[in-house]
Design a protein around this ligand. Structure first.
Ligand code: ZN
Length: 124
């Protein structure tokens, strides 16, 4: 089994309703996103997947949420746009595209600050 991880970042604003404390107020983060994919076999070129392809797929998804007020996006209607839900959103959006390239999503980790991260792991 091989894994490949890429890291990107984006900035966005959100508020988290009904959790108490400061996070109920509108605020922003510079989020760091770590995406890991895996496959059992390498392609004939000795690669799991082309980094450039993986980065392009992630970039296209981040384009929808970068510099946005996440609570107003239809993707997060009816839920708090928490780091957990953002991680799940990114994972589900990437899933089909990476599967077509022959690899599986392993995890999406979102760093909300230097000291706090959440991880979404899809069902296999
Ligand atoms: Zn926050």
């Amino acid at each position: 089994m091989y894994e490949v991880t890429i890291i990107k970042s984006f900035s966005a604003a959100h508020l988290l309703a009904e959790i108490g404390g400061k996070c109920e107020e509108l605020h922003g983060h510079n989020f760091k996103v770590e995406v890991t994919v895996a496959a059992k076999e390498l392609n004939p070129n000795g690669l799991l997947i082309d980094f450039r392809f993986l980065k392009k797929v992630l970039d296209e998804i981040l384009e929808n949420i970068d510099h946005k007020y996440l609570n107003t996006l239809t993707s997060f209607t009816g839920m708090n746009p928490s780091a957990e839900n953002i991680a799940k959103y990114i994972c589900e959006k990437m899933d089909l595209k990476v599967k077509m390239a022959g690899v599986n999503m392993v995890r999406v980790k979102i760093w909300e600050s230097e000291n706090a991260a959440v991880t979404y792991i899809p069902k296999q």
